[in-house]
Design a protein around this ligand. Structure first.
Ligand code: CTP
Length: 399
């Protein structure tokens, strides 16, 4: 693979990304811009990659590097992608080795932009990003947080581990196109918690891993992703807008806010484990055992998935596909079929939970039931693999 490095301060984080690639067995050719070398010098890239490092097309000319490096690559990752580099790539310039490489590469190209918020939001950058995405490049949205200096906002380079997982998701699909490019998808993940008092809650064992895998793989397939995350402690996936929530009602509000935003929603996936009931009241102070054995009265929570499908029926929501998950401990298939009908969604990913299955594990297996009568078995495998199969079905679902 090729790791293109732009001239931004975040270049130092890319050393860690390079290590992750090399340690997992990839052959990585680092192609920095001249300005990138002001931040991290050539010996660092050469030592970490074990490969020669060049910035312009006049080094080792007999090897025709400006053509060969791009042609040979299975994946090009550009991190940090500066405003200048995005502009040059969008304009098709070929004034250094990296831009030449971008023009000759026929493999997937993933840009991880990092810059100040103003530069990211400038219409020129917006246009350049849109052009690159239109051409099938994956341009991850930058993360929010502390920028260089005291300011903070959107523009941070996602963490190396998150970038590594995004790149791996692209490679995993063996050069398949960015087929979710231009689409906005909203995913829920994790498990809601319903407070009993200031320190206790009713909750469940969902880790959020399946929802995070769905969000990360969608971003790696070019989608704009909003992830509503209930009580998770996982790192933010690269390029994903993460909105943390606690209770089912907060999850409900965050989902409806996400699907009603300015960007039309193409697909909604409810992977979160939602508490069906909440305590009627939340004690303001800690419940003391001296008060005797408490009786906890519960009231139903909104069924968010059913509410989303009702909103679509009422033309208040345009989502082309709505996907539910069903966690079942017994009679998995029959319960799944009933749930597909009662929820009104298009696809239902049914998996067996309990007895060490699904919750908190890294592997998952499922059958995906469709309202068209389809039943697609997904064999046991990493949650990222299941996520990719679900997105395949979403992509193929008719409008
Ligand atoms: N779901 C939801 N709102 C709820 C409960 C569930 O949106 N209050 C969604 C889940 O995110 C999932 C699907 O509905 O996509 C099925 O969740 P599951 O817990 O399997 O089913 P329930 O509807 O809760 O039914 P039961 O617990 O009786 O099996």
């Amino acid at each position: 693979m090729v790791l293109g490095v732009g001239g931004g301060i975040a270049a130092y984080k890319v050393c860690e990304l390079l290590r992750l690639f090399v340690e997992s067995g990839h052959e990585v050719r680092v192609v920095p811009t001249t300005d990138a070398l002001r931040f991290v010098g050539e010996p660092t890239w050469a030592a970490l990659s074990g490969q020669p490092v060049a910035t312009d097309v006049w080094d080792q000319v007999h090897e025709v590097p400006h053509v060969r490096i791009g042609q040979r690559a299975d994946l090009v990752v550009v991190a940090p992608a500066t405003a200048d580099l995005l502009a040059r790539a969008a304009g098709g310039l070929a004034n250094d080795l990296l831009t030449n490489t971008l023009l000759t590469a026929r493999c997937p190209v993933m840009f991880a932009p990092a810059m100040h918020t103003e530069m990211w939001e400038h219409p020129a950058t917006r246009e350049n990003v849109a052009r690159l995405r239109d051409r099938g490049a994956i341009v991850l949205d930058p993360a929010e947080g502390r920028l260089t200096g005291a300011d903070s906002g959107k523009g941070r380079l996602p963490d190396p581990q998150a970038l590594f997982l995004a790149a791996r998701a692209v490679l995993h699909r063996a050069g398949a196109s960015a087929d979710l490019s231009g689409r906005h998808v909203v995913v829920s993940a994790g498990g809601t918690r319903e407070p009993l008092d200031p320190v206790r809650y009713l909750g469940n064992n969902s880790s959020g891993r399946q929802g995070y895998a769905l969000a990360a793989t969608a971003a790696a397939r070019g989608a704009k992703v909003t992830l509503v995350a209930a009580n998770t402690s996982l790192p933010d996936p690269a390029g994903v807008d993460v909105r943390p929530v606690g209770t089912a009602r907060e999850l409900n509000d965050a989902m409806f806010a996400a699907v009603s935003g300015p960007e039309p929603v193409d697909a909604v996936v409810m992977a979160a484990a939602v508490a069906d009931f909440r305590p009627t009241t939340t004690a303001e102070s800690k419940i003391k055992k001296t008060g005797g054995t408490p009786t906890i009265e519960l009231v139903p929570n909104p069924d968010i998935l059913a509410a989303l499908t009702r909103a679509r029926e009422a033309d208040e929501l345009s989502a082309r596909v709505i996907v539910g998950f069903a966690a079942e401990t017994d009679d998995v298939r029959r319960n799944g079929e009933e749930k597909l009908k009662s929820k009104g969604c298009d696809l239902l990913v049914v998996n067996q939970v309990g007895h060490g299955k699904a919750f908190g594990t890294t592997d998952n297996q499922a059958v995906v039931l469709g309202t068209d009568g389809s039943a697609v078995e997904i064999a046991k495998g990493p949650k990222e693999e299941l996520a990719d199969r679900v997105w395949d079905l979403v992509v193929d679902w008719p409008a």
